[in-house]
Design a binder for this molecule. Structure first.
Ligand code: HEC
Length: 113
């Protein structure tokens, strides 16, 4: 009887652990211009797209400017470095994580903050 009780408790614990995992799905984090995209663009698209750094290409330094090119930003960074129009020009391709960030920003509707 003691054994049966232990087994029962074990099953309950495992069942509970499995359920609590399911009922707590990974939260989807909102990707925003001010929190995620601006720091990335400042790090990777400077100085060319940063007027304050002397850049004279499409301005990504403010939300309106970056939003206007939302889909184009993604289109440019997923190109191969040898393709015409690849960005960041004359720099290494962005990492998978960085590209995923820009993709999510687009999918979530180009949020500002
Ligand atoms: C070394 C300078 C340089 C860097 C760094 C750079 N770009 Fe550019 N970018 C340019 C030039 C020059 C053009 C204009 C020629 C063209 O459209 O390909 C341009 C154009 C663009 C355009 C098209 C804008 C338009 O007017 O249609 C996009 C979008 C873009 N870049 C995205 C990026 C992104 C995103 C990064 C950073 C990950 C980046 N660029 C980094 C030089 C740069």
């Amino acid at each position: 009887m003691k054994n049966f009780a232990s087994v029962l408790i074990l099953i309950l614990i495992i069942g509970f652990a499995a359920c609590s995992k399911k009922s707590n799905p990974a939260k989807v984090k909102s990707i925003t211009y001010s929190g995620d995209i601006l720091p990335l663009l400042q790090a990777k698209c400077s100085p060319c797209h940063m007027p304050s750094k002397g850049g004279n290409k499409a301005n990504f330094e403010n939300y309106e400017g970056a939003k206007k090119y939302g889909a184009e930003l993604l289109a440019r960074v997923i190109k191969n470095p040898t393709d015409r129009g690849f960005m960041p020009k004359m720099n290494p391709k962005l990492s998978e994580d960085e590209i995923a960030l820009i993709r999510k920003w687009n999918e979530q509707g180009l949020l500002e903050k």
